[in-house]
Design a protein around this ligand. Structure first.
Ligand code: GLN
Ligand code: ZN
Length: 782
């Protein structure tokens, strides 16, 4: 009989208990042992949920106080010197200093860098390896959790990040691979200790097998796994891969001395036949058939049909699972009280996915006919993405899967009739005039000084503003009071910007608590959950809207706010929108239509908004795309297709504006080298980007040397993540340096990103200094 297991479970708790406990501990409101009790309870609940759903093994080691990669950094003793102080007294506080630079005990210190976990919106803490990096194993936490699970009567399957993925994720002064032998000594001890603790199965995650790996990294796998397998031969290793097809690494993965391999059948269903071919006689095949990154119920009938012969062939060597850790999925639909029943029945959060695994196991075990009497049902795509690429024909399993209705699965297929083909719609997404034709028209319209100053959009979201929003949502105050308050916030933002002396103003985004949620709430086709939280980093969670139906814009979304702001000043006010790719990437997408099509629907809605803003006299419009890079597929061979639709969707939003209307975009990362062509292709008149923390790298990409960036650019001149107010001289110096590389007539002056997390006091001093710095450099150059 096929077995069931998961690669990991969310650790935030069904009611975000971990978030609350962490923040209370950091504030000093609860003790460390109170925090630890909350963590232990979450682990107990998570294991119990797995056991209740009939999973034989419970996953251990997926819990983290902040981040699972950071857990490994500590487990292998790869702690940079600046974090060593105070460590012996308080290991957990040292951990928090690594994560966020601060903890209740110990002195503040610069936190570790954070970056996105593969192509997800989860952020991990980047290990920093020195050239002389030594590793020293500390398994205290992991072994304690294994013991905890065992004591509760569970069979614990610990999960660890594999040595090559762990090294890959880190940064080093030199090459990382030479550190491998020293690191492997730790892995050997780790596996020995786990075996001694009575563990049978260890899940070892190597998601980098889904990347275009350099040859030396590929070559390192065989020896690495020979070596760590040798020390604990009784231990069974399940090598887990996810997020991306294995392709040229598939036979490599299955050829390693591991007892089982997990593949992501959601991202790469077409690899199932090759995996079956490559599978050794004794090896376990774990198939990730439920989407660990989305909230839709799976098409169990389809998987029943496709996996039936596999189950017959492999028996208990077939393991059923979700595609990846459920870390990327909300916790429990039973806590969802905002959605109507007909929506709820289409969804599955993590706990429901456990239940789905059990159902699939039952379907594969029973020989009874299926609900439609044929023994087979389904055929309409739900469980695979993007739809259309993974239908039954792609799963070279030798039985035909009959298409049938799925109403018995509680799932009604979406209406899919009246959509244009994406390609046709995107053909005319160019603005008719080129930048060189538009720029003089814009210059004469706006009459901006050299080095114009602006900001990225948001201004401080004060406690008062949050409180008023809460009161409005809970019905304590009416809509008119809420609108009046927002107008007062906007008026205040305009007044301050005039005092600071900025050239292009913004309304400040007081009406938005989140840049995607706000638009999702205005657009038809989105559904907003009450408790669909997913961890983004540490205690931070996001609640992505769900793209439920076809997307359209019933009425203008931002025009009123922008027009009101513009009515208060003679200076231009920049309209502010979130771009289509970012809205898509930060939502749960549908699985029955390609992402490109949803993106196109969003782009069309935004295009109307852009035109309405323009008609209302807003002649500078910013369309933010901070998530453009995160959506880039992990395999280079898929980049072209992604950029083709992503770029075209962005361009479509502004393809019909007049040439004298100036389109800005904004992105908050600075490593552009890989996606520079796409950024140029967006053809925004102005791009503002994060750069203060890495201006050299940036200048290399945007400077003249490589042909340069053709349109205008505002490299952020100070880091908004820090509470420090940048000194005027520092800003002047940075600006001079940038002005040496980027042509003056193309250069804008602005902060790195939006200011909503800062206080007005910090923002005031910083922006005054920024405007002064621009004046100083302007005067020097004039
Ligand atoms: N306009 C948004 C803001 O200022 C941009 C946020 C972002 O780039 N993440 O907040
Ligand atoms: Zn930003």
């Amino acid at each position: 009989m096929a077995q069931t297991h998961i690669l990991g479970y969310p650790r935030i708790g069904a009611g975000r208990e971990l978030k609350r406990a962490l923040e209370a501990y950091w504030r000093g409101d609860i003790s460390q042992s109170e925090l630890e009790a909350v963590g232990a309870q979450i682990r107990r609940d998570n294991w119990q949920a797995q056991k209740d759903a009939g999973l034989n093994l419970v996953t251990v080691g997926d819990f983290a106080w902040y981040d699972q990669v950071l857990n490994h950094t500590l487990m292998f003793g790869a702690v940079p010197a600046r974090f060593e102080q105070g460590a012996a007294d308080n290991k957990l506080d040292q951990y928090f200093r690594l994560a966020r630079g601060r903890a209740p005990s110990g002195a503040p210190v610069a936190a570790s860098a954070m970056t996105k976990w593969f192509d997800t919106n989860y952020h991990y803490l980047v290990p920093e390896f020195s050239g002389e990096q030594q590793f020293e194993l500390d398994t205290e936490w992991l072994l304690a959790e294994v013991h905890e699970a065992q004591t509760l009567g569970h069979i614990a399957k610990p999960v660890i990040i594999g040595p090559l993925t762990f090294l890959w994720l880190g940064r080093a002064e030199g090459e990382r691979l030479p550190l491998l032998p020293r690191l492997l000594a730790c892995y050997e001890q780790l596996l020995q200790q786990l075996a001694a603790a009575g563990v049978q199965w260890v899940q070892i995650d190597e998601p980098i097998l889904g990347l275009d790996l350099p040859q030396p990294w590929r070559s390192a796998f065989a020896d690495t796994y020979e070596r760590i397998n040798r020390v604990a031969p009784a231990l069974k290793l399940l090598l887990a891969t996810y997020f991306s097809p294995l392709r040229e690494n598939l036979s490599l993965a299955f050829g390693l001395p591991v007892t089982g391999v997990h593949i992501d059948c959601v991202r790469a269903p077409q690899e199932l036949p090759a995996a079956l071919d490559a599978l050794g006689d004794q090896q376990v095949l774990s198939v990730g058939v439920l989407n660990g990154r989305n909230v839709w119920r799976a098409d169990l009938a389809k998987w029943q049909c496709q996996l039936k012969p596999v189950a017959e062939q492999l028996g208990d060597r077939l393991w059923l699972s979700a595609s990846c850790s459920l870390l990327h999925c909300p916790v429990d639909l039973d806590t969802e009280d905002k959605l109507p029943a007909e929506q709820l029945q289409k969804l599955a959060y993590s706990r429901q996915k456990l239940e789905e695994l059990r159902q699939l196991q039952t379907r594969l075990t029973s020989t009874a006919p299926g609900p439609n009497g044929t023994g087979l049902s389904g055929g309409h795509l739900v469980g695979a993405s993007p739809a259309g690429e993974s239908d039954a024909a792609n799963c070279a399993v030798s039985i035909a899967c009959e298409a049938g209705s799925h109403s018995t699965d509680g799932y009604t297929p979406f209406e899919a009739d009246s959509r244009d083909s994406v390609a046709a719609a995107l053909e005319n997404s160019w603005r008719p005039q080129s930048y060189t034709e538009r720029a003089p028209l814009q210059r004469s319209r706006w009459q901006l000084p050299l080095l114009p100053t602006t900001t990225i959009g948001s201004f401080p979201q004060t406690d008062l503003l949050r409180q008023v929003r809460r009161q409005f949502r809970s019905g304590e105050i009416g809509e008119q009071d809420y609108v009046d308050h927002l107008r007062a916030e906007i008026a205040e933002a305009i007044r301050r910007q005039e005092i600071f002396g900025l050239d292009v103003l913004v309304h400040g985004e007081a009406e938005r608590n989140d840049m995607v949620e706000y638009f999702g709430e205005q657009l038809d086709g989105f559904v907003h959950t009450g408790n669909g939280w997913v961890q983004s980093y540490g205690s931070r969670c996001v609640k992505p809207p769900i793209i439920f139906g076809d997307i359209s814009r019933p009425q203008p979304m931002t025009v009123e706010w922008s027009s009101y702001a513009q009515s208060l000043t003679k200076k231009p006010v920049k309209g502010m929108l979130t771009g289509p790719v970012t809205i898509l990437n930060w939502s749960f997408p549908r699985e029955d239509i390609p992402r490109a099509e949803s993106c196109l629907q969003i782009a069309r809605a935004l295009q109307q908004e852009v035109l309405d803003l323009e008609a209302a006299g807003i002649g500078i419009i910013q369309i933010d795309e901070p998530a453009l890079r995160e959506g880039v597929p992990l395999r280079a061979s898929e980049h072209e297709n992604y950029f083709a639709w992503a770029v075209a969707c962005f361009r479509l939003t502004c393809s019909e504006v007049r040439p004298e209307t100036q389109i800005h975009t904004h992105m908050c990362y600075s490593n552009f080298n890989a996606i520079m062509d796409a950024i140029v292709a967006l053809d925004a008149d102005v791009i503002t980007i994060e750069s203060a923390r890495s201006d050299l790298r940036l200048l290399r990409a945007f400077g003249e040397e490589q042909g340069g960036y053709p349109n205008e650019i505002g490299p952020g001149i100070y880091d908004i993540h820090s509470p420090n107010v940048p000194a005027r001289e520092e800003l002047v110096a940075r600006l001079r340096k940038i002005a040496g590389v980027i042509p003056l007539e193309k250069l804008w002056v602005n902060p790195d990103c939006g200011l909503k997390t800062r206080s007005w006091a910090e923002v005031g001093s910083s922006l005054l200094n920024m405007v002064e710095a621009a004046r100083t450099v302007r005067a020097e150059l004039a």
